[in-house]
Write a protein that binds this ligand. Sequence first.
Ligand SMILES: Cc1cc2nc3c(=O)[nH]c(=O)nc-3n(C[C@H](O)[C@H](O)[C@H](O)COP(=O)(O)OP(=O)(O)OC[C@H]3O[C@@H](n4cnc5c(N)ncnc54)[C@H](O)[C@@H]3O)c2cc1C
Length: 439
Amino acid sequence: MSVKLHAWGRIATADVVALIPRDSASASLPTHAYLPVGNNRSYGDSAMPAGTAILTRDLSRILDFNADSGLLRAEAGVLLSDVIAHVTPRGWFLPVTPGTQFVTLGGALANDVHGKNHHRAGSFGCHVRAFELIRSDGARLLCSPQSNAGLYAATIGGMGLTGLVTWIELALKPTPTPDVIEETIRFPTLGRFFTLSAESDATHEYSVAWIDSSARGAALGRGLFMRANHADAPAAQRQGLRLALPFTPPLSLMNGASIGLFNAAQFALAKEGERRRGYAQFFYPLDGIGGWNKAYGPRGFHQHQSVLPLPAAEQAIAEMLNALHEAGIHSFISVLKIFGRQASPGLLSFPREGATLALDLPNHGEATLRLLSRLDQITLRAGGAVNPYKDSRLPREVFEASFPALAQMQPWLDPLAASQFSRRVGFTHHPNSTILAAE
Ligand SMILES: Cc1cc2nc3c(=O)[nH]c(=O)nc-3n(C[C@H](O)[C@H](O)[C@H](O)COP(=O)(O)OP(=O)(O)OC[C@H]3O[C@@H](n4cnc5c(N)ncnc54)[C@H](O)[C@@H]3O)c2cc1C
C-alpha cells in the first residue's frame, strides 16, 4: 500500500510504501529501509520515513493495567487519549503529557516528550519501565534499565532509529481527578517570568507561560503565566467544544497583522486568578481546534524549540524575540517553560535543565530560514540546544552541538532505520560500529 504522509508543520511530506502490523506479537520489519510512524504529530522531517513506513496505529491494545500499582502495559500505537479514557476512572493519569493527547505511546517514547510538569517529573522516558524492540535482523528484545540497557537508553528519544517498539510498560501517576485548579498571572517582563517560575516550583505541579510575541521595547517578553495542581475531587463530566479546520486555505491565515492582533488581544483580555479547568482545556487547548496546523496555508510552518541554561536564558530569549521583530516574522504561539534537573534515561533526550522557548513561525521561505538560523546561533552561543523533532531544516552542525552524546548512539542505530532527517544530517548506522543485538 502507498501512502502520503505530512509532518505536523506541513512542510515535510513523504510518498512511501506502508506496512501495517496488526498486533505486537506478529509485527516484523522489512529487509530494506524503514521508519516506524506513530500519529504524525511531529512537526518536522524526523518522523518522515526515508523508506517503508511502519504504520503503528493498529498496535492499539491495552495489554494489562494494574489499578493498584498504576503499571500499564500497552501496544505502541495506543494514543494517550485512549490511555486517559482507560485509567482516569480508576484514579490514575499520565505521568507526563505533551500538549496534545493525540500522540501514540511509541511516538511519546521515541521523542521522549516533555510536559508542563518537567520541573517535578522529568520527561516521558523517566516513567518507561520496559518495552519490546524489534530490530531489522529479526531480534525481539526486552529493553529496560536492567535488560539491554544500552538499547533502552538509545531508544528513549532515539526518534525511531533503533527499531520498532511494539509495546511499552509505563508507570502512571495517581490522582483523584485529571482536572486541575489553574491560576493565571499576567507578567510584564521576562525577569518576572523567571521569579514566578522559581516561586511556583515548590507549590505547583504544572507551570507554563505564553509570551506575547507582538510586544517590544520595555514590554518585550511579557506574557501570561499559568500554574496548576490537580483538583481534589472529580467534577461532573463536561463536553468541550471541538472546532475543526476542514481544509487547507489557499493562503496563510497567519500573517504579521493577524498574529500581532491575536497576541496583543490574548494578553489584554486574559482573566487573571484561579479557576477549575477540565484536563483537556488545561493540557490540550490546541486539540480543541482540529486541523489548526492547516491555518498556515499550503507552505506550512516551522517550530523552533530551544533549551537554554538558566544563567544565559533571559538574555538569549530577549535576543530571540528581538530577532523576530527585526525579521518582521511573528510567532503565533510562543511558549516558555522551565525544565527541571531530573535527567532522562534517554541518550538523545532533548529536555535538560534550563528554560525552553518554542516559537511557531510561518514558512516564508528564505526569510524564515535565515531567522531560524539566527535563532540557532543565539541558542548555541548561550550553551543551549535545538529540538530536532520540531522542524524540517535543523542543520547537522546544530544537531551535533545540541547533543553531546551523539557518538554513543552509533552502535545502537538500526542499520535499516532511516528518516528524512537522519539521511539529511547523515545520522545513520556506520558499518564499522559494533551492532550489539543483546547485552
Ligand atoms: C499540538 C501539539 C502540541 C505538542 N506539544 C508537545 C509538548 O508539549 N512536548 C513535546 O515534547 N512534544 C510536543 N508535541 C510534539 C509531539 O508530542 C511529538 O512529536 C510526539 O512524538 C508525536 O508522537 P506521534 O505518535 O504523533 O509520533 P510520530 O510523530 O508519527 O513519530 C514520532 C517519532 O517516533 C517514532 N516512532 C513512532 N512510533 C514508534 C514505534 N512504535 N517504535 C519506534 N519509534 C516510533 C517515529 O519514527 C518518529 O521518529 C506537540 C505536538 C502537537 C501537534
